[in-house]
Design a binder for this molecule. Structure first.
Ligand code: CO
Ligand code: ZN
Length: 333
């Protein structure tokens, strides 16, 4: 599974430009799916149905977002420096000295104008991308070109580090859960969603189209176990986190019970998550049409929205097992 995680995290696909990672995922899931389609917003919808006609088969939607944060070129000055806008929640303090890669393969380094106080965090307006050009004539980048943050995957053993763990690790869990699922009484829709980082947009339209009976998202959550990190009782390596509340959603208690009783049945470790800020695709799913009971399985992740996001491989593997248990039997909600 580590090879898959490396392949997924090293692919560049900021929000709205998910085609590269969609191709990688489609090739992985094709042998295991009963049906695959791509909807108007680019969501990859992968269905696995029950064997034969099962009465009262539930439609279960599982969302993991394919997109990652990135940048988009907004201005190129006469010396060839590229100004840019953020795609999603880019923290300026993570930018200086970083590298980006545009879709046409052009690499760039992120520079910062001189600041009044050299130790302050630069505002985005004072950052620029240097692609080694000396004028805006014959420049390799056009306004509107998109780049991802460039950082390679590291395998530290139990800990794995990469850009875009948010949420390629969720995609990896969904892919492995599909592969592991031998049979299910349900109609399961694994949805690899688009544009989560700019406001859960792909989840909103795909959930409307699927009209699920229930569902959940798989996404990263924050962490509470590094120096002076406070406010969240979630630790890397203590199991996938079962979300009870985040900044945009209260999980349906019946979905939380389904997750916890499945983990208990299979003797899998888990953590209870109350996240103060931020939300996931599950919020959009919950509020579509007349409403859907949803929850979220979170992978604890340090340094979220930096180019070096860290997860614990055991949490990832236990999330796959938990989802397999949840989908293999009937759901009583
Ligand atoms: Co994110
Ligand atoms: Zn995410």
């Amino acid at each position: 599974m580590k090879n898959l995680i490396q392949k997924l995290t090293e692919t560049f696909s900021p929000s709205g430009f998910e085609s590269a990672v969609r191709d990688v995922i489609r090739a992985e899931v094709a042998p295991y799916a009963d049906e695959i389609r791509v909807d108007a917003l680019g969501n990859l919808i992968v269905r696995k149905g029950p064997d034969g006609n099962v009465e009262n088969a539930r439609k279960i939607m599982i969302a993991a977002h394919m997109d990652e944060i990135g940048i988009i070129a907004s201005h190129i000055d006469d010396k060839g420096f590229v100004r840019f806008a953020a795609i999603g929640g880019v923290f300026p303090r993570n930018l200086p000295g970083g590298r980006v890669r545009f879709f046409n393969g052009t690499p760039g380094v992120i520079g910062v104008e001189p600041l009044d106080k050299p130790t302050e965090t630069p505002p985005l307006e004072k950052c620029y991308i240097d692609v080694g050009a000396s004028s805006n004539k014959n420049h390799p980048i056009k306004i509107g070109d998109v780049a991802g943050f460039d950082r390679s995957f590291i395998d530290m053993g139990d800990k794995l580090v990469a850009k875009a763990m948010d949420d390629r690790i969720g995609c990896a869990v969904a892919i492995e859960a599909l592969k592991a699922l031998k049979s299910t009484p349900h109609n399961v829709f694994f949805v690899f969603t688009t544009q989560e980082e700019v406001g859960t947009r792909g989840a909103e339209t795909s959930a409307y189209g699927i009209d699920p009976d229930l569902g959940f998202s798989i996404d990263v959550t924050m962490w509470g176990d590094s120096p002076n990190q406070r406010g969240l009782d979630v630790h890397l390596g203590k199991g996938p986190a079962i979300k009870i509340k985040d900044g945009g959603m209260l999980s349906d208690p019946r979905i939380v019970n389904w997750m916890i009783s499945s983990a208990d049945k299979a003797k899998l470790p888990y953590q209870r998550e109350v996240l103060l800020g931020g939300t996931t695709d599950a919020r959009a799913m919950q509020l579509v049409r007349a409403g859907v009971p949803v929850g979220c399985i979170s992978i604890p992740c340090r340094y979220v929205h930096s180019p070096s996001e860290m997860v614990d491989y055991r949490d990832v593997q236990n999330a796959v097992k938990l989802i397999d248990v949840m989908l293999s039997g009937p759901v009583e909600i």
